[in-house]
Design a protein around this ligand. Structure first.
Ligand code: IMP
Length: 200
């Protein structure tokens, strides 16, 4: 624990140190002050041992709650491919042995060889803890997986995912465009409605 930051009215601590996620969250929850876990806890990296995105998000949120009393937001996300029974799912970041984005994508493309149905969705579960209340909201973006990676932007499975209604992959879009459609945005929009209602 690195000491307390003075309580501000509309402050939320996010159970991540991922700059990409923090930027997206700040953009959507613009009326709130969003602080990363590292401002309060050194080496915040709880083990994700849940069986669903929401279970993992709750694990992260509860871990952070041990250290602070402010509202907490945690998320977990990943890709689900329907013809693979939802793989890689909660294992999205550690799908391959190497666990790098490139190796994960390669494994996915190998597993999909010969499959006709390449439809997939990104899933995000956002979990908010405010006092005793736990609010979970999910967001989805549907699309399909292509055979060859395309594009340089984004991360993870972005180069092989084309969202429905588009011809380009997430990695070929500028971040602003992707963030408008993303599973995280959809989950966050729902959380924002809850936050406004709570008026923390
Ligand atoms: P986490 O939510 O940080 O645990 O992310 C899990 C994994 O899901 C990431 O490492 C990526 O492999 C994948 N993932 C989640 N969201 C995205 C996205 O927006 N684009 C591409 N891959 C994603």
């Amino acid at each position: 624990m690195i000491g307390k930051i003075p309580l501000k009215n509309r402050m939320i601590v996010v159970a991540t140190n991922n700059e990409h996620k923090l930027r997206e969250i700040r953009e959507i929850l613009e009326r709130f002050e969003i602080l990363p876990a590292k401002e309060f806890v050194e080496d915040f990296n709880p083990e994700e041992i849940g069986n669903s995105f929401c279970e993992n998000a709750l694990i992260k949120a509860k871990e952070l709650k041990k250290y602070i009393e402010y509202p907490i937001l945690a998320d977990d996300s990943g890709l689900e491919v329907f013809s693979l029974g939802g793989e890689p799912g909660i294992y999205s970041s550690r799908y391959s042995i190497e666990g790098t984005d490139q190796a994960n994508v390669e494994k996915l493309l190998n597993r999909l060889k010969g499959k006709k149905d390449k439809s997939a969705r990104f899933v995000c579960c956002m979990t908010l803890i405010v006092g005793e209340r736990v609010i979970k909201r999910e967001g989805y973006v549907y699309g399909r997986i292509i055979d060859q990676p395309r594009g340089e932007n984004g991360f993870g499975y972005d180069p092989v995912f084309i969202p429905d209604g588009f011809k380009v992959t997430f990695a070929e879009m500028i971040p602003l465009e992707k963030n408008k459609l993303s599973h995280r945005r959809k989950a966050l929009e729902k959380i924002r409605i809850e936050l406004e209602a709570l008026d923390v």
